[in-house]
Write a protein that binds this ligand. Structure first.
Ligand code: UFG
Length: 332
């Protein structure tokens, strides 16, 4: 199938492009490189540098290629940043996504897989969280993802679009060639590994007074390869599952301190810590129930144990110490 991957130069999008290619699909990546890297795009993908706000660029792309399905990853995705810059998040994650949707309608492209987020659940009342749990985001990022899910519901009904929303929990880990490289880096596992490699002096624990067993936040880490496989399964079965939302998580929570201990064990580095204050917008506990995803999609996460995730991220970090950059600019 000819598949357009928006945000295919970013972390999850580039891995998904890689896995789609291994499944025999032709991949077209559209990315404005604002946070992604040209070097993350697989060589056999066709690359278009462009912005979703650019209607003509989208029209040219859809007119030139027989795109049959879209996987939509292009978005800003940092909770804390979204609290500081909400309007930028609404413009990029909602307004620009509507541009994409309208272009799909103009060019009669009927299949879409949307990259949604566990952030839509806000401060959940239970763990693990099933999909039918109330959606009540506590930060602008979560609001933008929920808003676009609702837009899809309405547009799906009006246009016959087939779509599925995949709500990722904490994407983590790496394939051989592709891993996590944000600038500035704010994510837990990459920061732990930067300390292990001597690129940062210590690891700040963001809050030690959460109502959890060790006082630190609990997250559900899911390997980026397993996330990509969920996309392939969702697309294969889209006709049957259209309109559904799916949690993409491992069913298991690990605290920030547990991730720290795992990183110490995997890297053999002591990773010194400083105890810092809470980060705005962080819910205490986010753990997925992925029962529905397993039952309905037949998804079986293979690499989502915390050890395997950290081992794969560490292998990538050692191979590419400065990520997709070539020099020290790539560190923090
Ligand atoms: N953390 C630290 N120190 C750091 C970095 C992170 O203690 O130096 C903590 C955070 O405060 C949080 C936990 O580690 O408690 C995980 O933080 P990440 O930044 O790695 O991930 P988030 O849980 O904030 O967010 C990620 C994605 C979001 C998505 C969310 C859903 O970035 O897009 O998972 O679970 F919404």
């Amino acid at each position: 199938m000819n598949i357009l991957v928006t945000g295919g130069a970013g972390y999850v999008g580039s891995v998904c492009a890689e896995i789609l290619i291994t499944h025999g699909h032709a991949v077209f990546v559209f990315d404005n490189l604002s946070v992604g890297y040209r070097r993350a795009v697989p060589q056999s993908a066709v690359f278009f540098e462009g912005d979703l706000a650019d209607r003509q660029a989208l029209d040219r792309l859809f007119a030139a290629h027989q795109i049959e399905a879209v996987m939509h990853f292009a978005a800003f995705a940092l909770v804390e940043e979204s609290v500081r810059k909400p309007s930028a998040y609404y413009v990029n994650n909602v307004a620009n996504s509507i541009q994409l949707l309208d272009a799909m309608v103009r060019h009669r492209v009927k299949k879409l897989i949307f990259s949604s987020s566990a952030a839509i659940y806000g401060e959940p009342k239970i763990a693990p969280i099933p999909e039918e749990h109330q959606a009540a985001p506590i930060n602008p990022y979560g609001h933008t993802k929920l808003t676009f899910e609702r837009i899809l519901e309405d547009c799906g009904a009006a246009t016959g679009l087939q779509y599925a929303c995949l709500r990722y929990f904490n994407a983590a880990g790496a394939t051989r060639e592709r891993g996590e490289d944000h600038r500035p880096e704010t994510h837990l596992i990459p920061i732990l590994l930067q300390v292990a490699l001597g690129q940062r002096p210590n690891f700040p624990i963001n809050g030690t007074d959460y109502p959890t067993h060790d006082g630190t936040c609990i997250r559900d880490f899911v390997h980026v390869f397993d996330i990509a496989e969920a996309h392939v399964l969702a697309l294969d079965q889209l006709e049957r599952i259209s309109g559904h939302v799916f949690n993409i998580g491992s069913n298991r929570g690990h605290s920030v301190r547990e991730a720290l201990e795992t990183a110490r064990r995997v890297t053999g580095h002591p990773i010194p810590v400083v105890e810092a204050s809470r980060r705005p917008g962080d819910p205490a506990i986010l753990v997925a129930s992925s029962q529905k995803t397993e039952r309905v999609l037949g998804w079986r996460p293979q690499f989502s144990s915390l050890s395997t995730i950290v081992e794969s991220a560490w292998a990538w970090k050692q191979k590419f110490p400065f990520g997709y950059g070539e020099d020290r600019q790539a560190a923090p």
